[in-house]
Ligand binder design. Structure first.
Ligand code: CAA
Ligand code: NAD
Length: 283
């Protein structure tokens, strides 16, 4: 099938980034969230990114207009009916993702492909609520989406070869590179990265070093572009807790227990950059 129109569900950190790269690549994109403010916020973030590119001489006004012309927002899942491909980037809770795909399965024609941007939940389990598990795949982007080159492609138990092929082509069209991983809790990259972020929180909680020195240490001593606590704030502490909980619950291995400090911060609503307060203050 010739993919021309893409639905993106969730207009937060990841959904807005995915919508941006798809619109930049010339696809028609419809971005959906649960209320108009959230949709508008996602679209405004894209406009802001494009304006920043223009100020660096990387885009023209005409270029921006043509990208924005490819984008529309909605709160109605029924507006995604004519999409050839739907990519879900809503909150990392399996019950919410299943509900979204039940609705999408009813709204979209049988030829539409489905992907989830989950950070580590079971692709097979989510696909199982649809009548098209063969047309369902994990398409795991990295934050910030307009910058990070990688997408992990995760096959569910019933994902067919045509879905892998179509999705691989789409990833290339987005200007990204794919790696192929088998389904497993957190896939490949997050299985390695997220326990490291969790460990940095233990180092902080145990009073071994300050947040600034932990981040400076990993930046200067391990050449990470930013330290693990600043990165955690960028990802979102609620998302990281969902992801650590998945790893722990799926493996029951105590080495993957979420850091209590992470849970405490999420309970306090200090979710990182998106709320203005995490390990650092962003106000
Ligand atoms: N959206 C769009 N562009 C952004 C951006 C954003 N949110 N943040 C930064 N950029 C762009 C900047 O505009 C800048 O662009 P130019 O090169 O055109 O000037 C470029 O990125 C570099 O930015 P900065 O100079 O401001 O800062 P930096 O050099 O520290 O780079 C960074 C920022 C790219 C985020 C870098 O710090 C980095 O690579 N950090 C690590 C990111 C990472 O590990 N991501 C994975 C998170 S885990 C995940 O995504 C999986 C999951 O399931 C949780
Ligand atoms: P976010 O909190 O920034 O945004 C989530 C959005 O989903 C919110 O705007 C919320 O209103 C919306 N939403 C909730 N229920 C919805 C529904 N029924 N229909 C449409 N939208 C709905 O979260 P995020 O960081 O963008 O994460 C989204 C997904 O991407 C999660 O599965 C997460 O694990 C994954 N992910 C996140 C990162 C990251 O670094 N933040 C990286 C890779 C993958």
């Amino acid at each position: 099938m010739n993919i021309r129109k893409i639905g993106v569900i969730g207009a937060g950190i990841m959904g807005s980034g995915i919508a941006q790269v798809a619109a930049q690549a010339g696809f028609k994109v419809i971005l959906r969230d649960i209320n108009q403010d959230l949709v508008d916020h996602g679209l405004a973030k894209i406009r802001n990114n494009l304006e920043k590119d223009k100020s660096k001489g990387k885009r023209t006004e005409e270029g921006i207009k043509s990208i924005l012309n490819n984008l529309e927002g909605t709160v109605n899942i029924s507006d995604l009916t004519s999409c050839h491909y739907a990519i879900e980037a809503a909150v990392e809770k399996i019950s919410i993702k299943k509900e979204i795909f039940r609705e999408l399965d009813k709204a979209c024609g049988p030829e539409t492909f489905f992907a989830t941007n989950t950070s580590g939940l079971s692709v097979t389990e989510i696909a199982g609520v649809t009548g098209r598990p063969h047309k369902f795949i994990g398409m795991h982007f990295f934050n910030p989406v307009p910058v990070m080159k990688l997408v992990e492609l995760v096959k569910g138990a019933k994902t067919d070869a045509n879905t892998v092929k179509t999705t691989t082509t789409l990833i290339k069209d987005f200007g990204k590179e794919a790696i192929f991983v088998e389904e497993a809790p957190l896939f490949a990259v997050n299985r390695i990265l997220v326990p490291m972020l969790n460990e940095a929180m233990f180092v902080l909680m145990e009073g071994i070093a300050s947040a600034e020195d932990i981040d400076k240490g990993m930046h200067l001593g391990a050449n990470h572009p930013i330290g693990p606590l600043a990165l955690s704030d960028m990802v979102g502490l609620d998302t990281l807790l969902f992801v650590m909980d998945t790893l722990y619950e799926e493996t029951r291995d105590s080495k993957y227990r979420p850091c209590p400090l992470l849970r405490k911060m999420v309970r306090a609503g200090n979710l990182g950059k998106k709320t203005g307060q995490g390990f650092y203050n962003y106000s």
